[in-house]
Write a protein that binds this ligand. Structure first.
Ligand SMILES: *Cc1c(COP(=O)(O)O)cnc(C)c1O
Length: 509
């Protein structure tokens, strides 16, 4: 990769908007606000140099301490001890691996970064277990005192991860809306059984878009916001464009690289490939930022499912969302508008906000835009785009299990297939780190089908047991216990009742 990293004085990192007209803010402000007032996303004013060995003086530190070390370079208005205690609280026994983010080495040499050992068994836990602590600290330095209300519309994974992260966090309430009959039974149970005095959940009669639109309407309704302010509430969102969700994801690329060195798979400084199953472009953007900070990576592989808008973009420079939307067996990647891509566009455009505004305006007004050759060339030298259809995804699950004795979920399988395709096409034999984004148990039905079982008519808990037998691994306790926990959140509301339900939850009626 280009060595255009700069060594900056990290004492005063600021966050600027990709759209150029919002004022620069501190990291605390960026985390509280989520999105800049001009509609842009916050990006660091510069990239700190961390190099290939940021942990050289850390010895045998925990993942929490290493994560705090990386975050210190970005969240410069937090005290070191605040970051260390936030990371230690976030990355503890709630992860079922003592390493938090362990790396598994497959027989074919691929290093797999397992990001799913947290409470909801998907990678969003890494950020959402930490972000509430970061937000809590940020709120303490606000002069006006108010309670933050985190409002989430979810298609499944994010809602539960946010609930787990924000449950019983001081100064914060959380409310999640999900589409009635639009999430898997496991996902429904995960949310319905959520504990926490500050947490609420309600199903919406409609699909995910209805839930999402309802939440957007609440955010932009001046009457509701005024009423909330009267009760000392301030709405906020925990979605993946918040800097507080992105920053924690940079750390694990450094620890993953470190593990590859420690295992003798690479020499320190040697460039690797990183392959990321991608939806909203948050996870892979964190890898790109790690490269900007000096992590030695020769290529980032962006893996999509059948909704391959990013593959086409990387290959042609044209982003075109005017296409059919497919529901796939990797639902967390079923996305046609990848919000975090805007942050990459900002870098590709040489940090010219006017150019970003033009492209983002076009995607809203006409549904597509085309980037300039000047921007396409750095895009293609850094990224490779590939996709896997349903057949290839299920085949990848079957093959890695049969040939390598390793079970992967459908999202990770998309990544694995794209990595294979890249190697076939380019003959590039560089060592690869594949990010694994969910436990195979979370997507038990698709995984069992891939292994040739007929799952129709079987209930979730039977399937979990069956997968445990086939894989000789125990059912993760967080899933097994769902059968015995009481369902606390059974509410269902109409699309136009969402604001009312929220106000009731907050005791404002
Ligand atoms: C959210 C999610 C993804 C996509 O990650 P992005 O950061 O949105 O690109 C991939 N896999 C799983 C299991 C997820 O939950």
């Amino acid at each position: 990769m280009q060595g255009e990293v700069e060594c900056v004085n990290v004492a005063d990192m600021e966050y600027i908007s990709t759209r150029g007209s919002g004022p620069p803010v501190s990291s605390k402000k960026a985390i509280i606000k989520g999105i800049a007032e001009d509609g842009g996303l916050y990006v660091p004013s510069d990239f700190p140099f961390l190099g290939p060995d940021p942990f050289f003086e850390c010895g045998q530190s925990s993942y929490a301490d290493k994560a705090a070390k990386i975050l210190r370079a970005f969240l410069t208005d937090y005290l070191e001890k605040e970051l260390i205690s936030a990371c230690q609280a976030a990355y503890a026994e709630n992860f079922d691996s003592p390493l938090t983010v362990p790396v598994r080495f497959l027989k074919d040499g691929t290093a797999v970064l397992e990001l799913w050992h947290g409470p909801t068994l998907a990678f969003k836990d890494i950020a959402l277990q930490l972000m509430p602590h970061l937000l809590s600290v940020a709120l303490q330095s606000e002069r006006e005192k108010y309670e933050v209300v985190i409002l989430v519309a979810t298609s499944g994974d994010t809602g539960k991860a946010a609930l787990e992260g924000f449950a019983d966090v001081q100064g914060v309430r959380i409310f999640v809306f999900y589409p009635h009959e639009g999430v898997s039974e496991i996902q429904r149970l995960q949310m319905a059984t959520q504990l926490g005095r500050n947490a609420g959940v309600c199903a919406v009669q409609g699909n995910f878009d209805d839930a999402q639109n309802g939440v957007k309407q609440i955010f932009s309704d001046p009457t509701i916001n005024k009423k909330l302010a009267g009760f000392n509430f301030q709405l906020s969102s925990a979605n993946s464009i918040n800097w507080g969700r992105l920053a924690p994801q940079i750390a694990y690329y450094f620890t993953g690289y470190d593990e590859m060195v420690a295992a003798g798979k690479i020499k320190r400084g040697q460039p690797i490939l990183i392959c990321v199953p991608t939806g909203n472009f948050g996870n892979i953007l964190a890898a790109y930022y790690a490269i900007k900070c000096g992590l030695p990576v020769s290529r980032l592989l962006c893996a999509s499912n059948r909704n391959k808008v990013l593959t086409d973009f990387i290959r042609t420079g044209i982003y075109d969302r005017r296409r059919e939307f497919y529901k796939t067996e990797s639902p967390s990647m079923d996305i046609l508008i990848s919000s975090n891509l805007e942050r990459l566009l900002f870098e590709l455009a040489g940090r010219q906000s006017a150019v970003v505004c033009e492209w983002m305006g076009k995607v809203t007004s006409q549904g597509w835009y085309s980037i300039t050759p000047d921007a396409l060339s750095p895009l293609q030298s850094c990224f490779y785009g590939g996709f896997a259809d349903q057949l290839e995804t299920l085949q990848a699950i079957r093959e890695t299990f049969r040939n390598q004795g390793y079970l992967i979920d459908p999202h990770t399988a998309v990544g694995y297939r794209v990595l294979q395709r890249y190697r076939e096409e380019t003959r590039d034999r560089a060592p690869a780190l594949l990010t694994s984004t969910a436990s195979p148990f979370k997507f038990n039905r698709a995984v069992l089908e891939a292994l040739g079982r007929n799952t129709s008519g079987e209930d979730e808990f039977t399937l979990l047991k069956e997968l445990a037998i086939i894989s000789s691994q125990p059912v993760p306790s967080k899933l097994a216990e769902l059968k015995t926990l009481p369902e606390l959140h059974k509410g269902i509301c109409a699309k136009d009742e969402m604001a009312k339900v929220l106000c009731q939850f907050l005791g404002m009626e």
